[in-house]
Design a protein around this ligand. Sequence first.
Ligand SMILES: [Cu+2]
Length: 290
Amino acid sequence: MFSLALINEFLGMPPNASAEGYQVDHIIEFSHWFMGALFIGWWIFFIYCLWRFRQKRNPVASHEGVTSGISTHLEFAVVLIDALLLIGFAIPLWAKRVEKIPDEKDAIVVHAVGQQFSWNFHLPGPDGTFGRRDISLESNSNPLGIDYTDAAAKDDLTALGELHVPIDRDVIIDVSSKDVIHNFDIPAMRMAQDAIPGQIIPLWFKPIKTGNFEIVCGQLCGLGHYGMKGMVVVDTPADYQAWLKERRELSGNQTAVPPLTRPPGEPPPGPTPGTVAPPGAPKTNNPGGG
Ligand SMILES: [Cu+2]
């Protein structure tokens, strides 16, 4: 069956997997068809001009130019359609995304923290409250700097690179970054959000298909940017509970001795190998590093 949506597939977009993604798909479809029409229109105009203003027929240049108003009308129509796309569709869609965040009580809430070059996830655990995080506690064994002396942190779960969420539940991901600007992008959910140091910005969606969906970093964040990938696994509710149980068992082992400070001898998180420090950056004294 012919479908307008074929253009998205043709251009390589993965099939949509979230309840809200269709709105994004529609605006992308419309924009692509509109660009396609403009592309053909301008080509016809270009070829017409080559023929109409050929030298044989116009040996002397006309310095007066076009006298009819048709090109003005055409250009005005293009501006009008562009304005309609922006004001009528894009801005309201964006406003809906940033204003109508689902209630946290009924949603799965996760913190995603970007770093060169991976995604860390922090889950609140059974008590539903996130434990305190402190940048001074960050280490290789505690990349999120979770303060395990905080009562709310005792049951918290962490995951690196792979996040599981249940199907048909609203998911809110609070996106932030430890170092540079990253972008938390799940193409199949049609969701992307910049991860900005010092800011926590929510992104939300409702997955409607089970399966594995790639997370990519959508901002060129350093030499390892190409490898900054992750996975969102959309599970059935039973599989999701099983994953939580597994994470709980794993983190139970990890936090048997809660690290109050950085383990002795472990250097503070410094530049990752492969990262080029910006010009003028202070030299780090990493005892272990070069
Ligand atoms: Cu990145």
